[in-house]
Design a protein around this ligand. Structure first.
Ligand SMILES: [Zn+2]
Length: 66
């Protein structure tokens, strides 16, 4: 069963919830009892814009604009 990371916006704590994938978007309650939580995306699954490539070879990257 996949585990999902959640973060509580009330107390700022993060916690993991094991649940079926079909229920991945269901609300979770933090261990402190708050229900104002957001599901965190797995950084492993993030591709593309999340990993900003270093700009190399550009004008300002090369120091010619200084
Ligand atoms: Zn909380």
């Amino acid at each position: 069963m996949p585990r999902y990371d959640f973060r509580c916006r009330a107390c700022g704590s993060t916690f993991k919830v094991s649940r079926p994938m079909s229920a991945s978007d269901a609300p979770a309650t933090c261990p402190e009892g708050h229900d104002d939580t957001v599901k965190l995306l797995s950084t492993v699954a993030m591709t593309g814009t999340a990993a900003t490539p270093r700009q190399t070879g550009g004008c300002c990257g090369g120091g010619c604009c200084s």
